[in-house]
Ligand binder design. Structure first.
Ligand SMILES: Nc1ncnc2c1ncn2[C@@H]1O[C@H](COP(=O)(O)OP(=O)(O)OP(=O)(O)O)[C@@H](O)[C@H]1O
Length: 275
């Protein structure tokens, strides 16, 4: 679905490259979390995927189309982006207008447009707010509307750049469960830039960037097994990993390193019943 081949990128008037000869392939239907310290290039990578940044050299392909200044508009119909701050994405005076905007640009026929607006608002559970002003919604509701605007375009790939970082735990949970549903039911490819390693553990694959290179690329469990090595790339092991490390230090055997709180609780419960 996405291929980066020998991609180098340098911002205009900057001396150093963010990426040099980066190679990466993301398959259709994968859920990939991109993690890494501040400045490691996560957002730049997200922008390279939808043509907001164009490779200085090398090739970025989305569904076999090479992203260039000519093709980027067409590519954006296949890749939906959701950013950290939904305020920057609102253009309409009502929620429905806002969701309609991208469809109007694509000249989608009116009856199809109405159907898609209703369907995407329902997917994010925001139907009741259809005629509300976006600026009066809560942060979590705004992010769900931003997600609906992307869903209405029926993209094959959704890129979320720190999309849940400004949300409270409930708002975060709601957005993540919508993503999980889309991924499972519609086989949408999800690329999620995040600082939250608990969130990254939900993905099928974790890519860790460090100084413009891929430091780790693999399953979330293998990633968390890195434990204290995560400090080398500016990351803090999540709570479940720290508990696992403490248990190991005290020679308490746990069957496998827990990925989520639920697994940790199951494991602790098992240990408790054994005593
Ligand atoms: N518009 C820009 N012009 C020049 N340099 C930039 C620009 N945007 C980012 N950079 C630089 O590119 C590098 C990568 O930045 P990027 O925003 O991709 O990192 P990031 O991993 O997303 O960071 P964060 O976690 O802080 O959001 C950094 O050194 C940053 O200073």
């Amino acid at each position: 679905m996405i291929e980066l081949e020998q991609v180098s990128f340098r911002y205009q008037n900057e001396a150093s490259h963010v990426f040099e000869n980066l190679n990466l392939t993301i398959e259709q239907g994968e859920w990939v979390a991109i993690v890494g310290r501040n400045g490691s290039g996560k957002s730049t990578l997200a922008k390279l995927l939808n043509g907001l940044c164009l490779a200085t050299s090398g090739v970025v392909r989305v569904n076999h189309t090479v992203i260039t200044s000519e093709s980027k508009h067409q590519v954006r119909t296949q890749i939906g982006m959701v950013f950290q701050n939904p305020e920057n994405q609102f253009v309409g005076t009502t929620v429905a207008d806002d969701v309609a905007f991208g469809l109007e640009n694509l000249a989608v026929p009116r009856d199809t447009m109405i159907k898609r607006i209703d369907q995407s608002l329902e997917q994010v559970d925001m139907t009741a707010y259809k005629n509300h002003e976006p600026s009066r919604l809560s942060g979590g509701q705004k992010q769900r509307v931003a997600l609906a605007s992307v869903l209405a375009m029926q993209p094959e790939v959704i890129v979320l750049d720190e999309a849940t970082s400004m949300l409270d735990p409930i708002g975060k949970e709601q957005v993540l469960s919508i993503i999980q549903e889309l991924h499972e039911q519609l086989d949408v490819t999800v690329i999620m830039v995040t600082h939250d390693l608990n969130e990254a553990a939900l993905a099928d694959r974790v890519i860790t960037l460090n100084e413009g290179t891929v430091w780790f690329d693999g399953k979330p469990r293998e990633f968390l097994e890195k434990g204290d090595q995560l400090h080398e790339v500016g990351l803090e092991p999540p709570f479940v990993t720290k508990v696992y490390q403490q248990l190991s230090r005290q020679s308490i055997t746990v069957t496998q390193e827990p990925l989520h709180y639920e697994e940790l609780v199951d494991e602790l419960w098992r240990l408790y019943l054994k005593t």
